[in-house]
Unconditional design. Structure first.
Length: 242
């Protein structure tokens, strides 16, 4: 399953360090697409171009203040994740709480970075997250159960699945889980991925399948696909033929 993406990574690695202009251009595009799609999956109604102007500091008429903050906060959370990549530390609850604090900044300060103190349901899902009293214990177990011996892409996918299955926060779990997945992918030298909003149904079904049946394969296959796609902008910019 991972043969092709390992080959793509080796091809890109052979061209490192990448030209500074290429890195800057690709980074701006990535931050925009990642922010737009991750927020759109959660119901944010900003279009791609509206997200772009919001990130440039312009207010979009007819859109809520919350939607503006969701775009700005997600961009800032990406920048924080990139800092964590440079530190190359093992994933911790401190990192998770800080990422989440950025996601809900100026939106829900009371719950930003704090585990939930009530029970929640995941709309449309069969899976029911654990009782809020069990969240601290399950987060400790989640961190302790991480298996870095797995292929980095499978590892990142499982981090996403297992974290969002606990649903430790009142809100912002989906955005946080996608940031955590990309944190682990980038630490392993892979480009960060964007789950397209157009794949939302498949994405949710694959997550629910993993949580209810313990079958991670459909979700891992989805992640492998978007990892493959994540190399395309780099190869285009560098003129690499595949």
């Amino acid at each position: 399953m991972f043969t092709k993406i390992d080959h793509l990574k080796a091809t890109l690695d052979a061209h490192r360090p990448l030209p500074e202009a290429v890195v800057k251009n690709l980074h701006e595009d990535l931050v925009l697409r990642w922010t737009y799609n991750s927020n759109a999956i959660e119901g944010n109604t900003l279009t791609l171009m509206e997200t772009k102007v919001v990130l440039e500091g312009i207010t979009v008429g007819g859109k809520s203040l919350r939607e503006h903050f969701e775009a700005i906060n997600h961009r800032d959370a990406i920048l924080f994740v990139e800092e964590l990549v440079q530190q190359r530390e093992v994933l911790s609850e401190w990192q998770i709480r800080n990422i989440h604090q950025l996601i809900l900044r100026n939106i829900d300060e009371q719950n930003a970075g704090r585990y939930r103190n009530l029970n929640v349901l995941i709309s449309g899902a069969t899976h029911t997250p654990p009782d809020h009293l069990l969240v601290p214990e399950q987060m400790v177990r989640f961190i302790a159960s991480l298996n870095p011996q797995l292929h980095p892409v499978e590892f990142a996918a499982r981090v996403h699945v297992d974290f969002v299955g606990i649903h430790p926060f009142v809100d912002g779990n989906g955005r946080t889980s996608r940031l955590l997945m990309n944190l682990e992918l980038m630490k392993a030298g892979f480009p960060p991925v964007v789950i397209p909003v157009g794949q939302r149904l498949r994405y949710y079904q694959a997550l629910d399948n993993a949580h209810v049946k313990g079958d991670y394969l459909p979700f891992i296959e989805l992640v492998v696909e978007v990892v493959e796609q994540s190399f395309e902008p780099y190869f285009f910019a560098l003129g690499i033929k595949q």
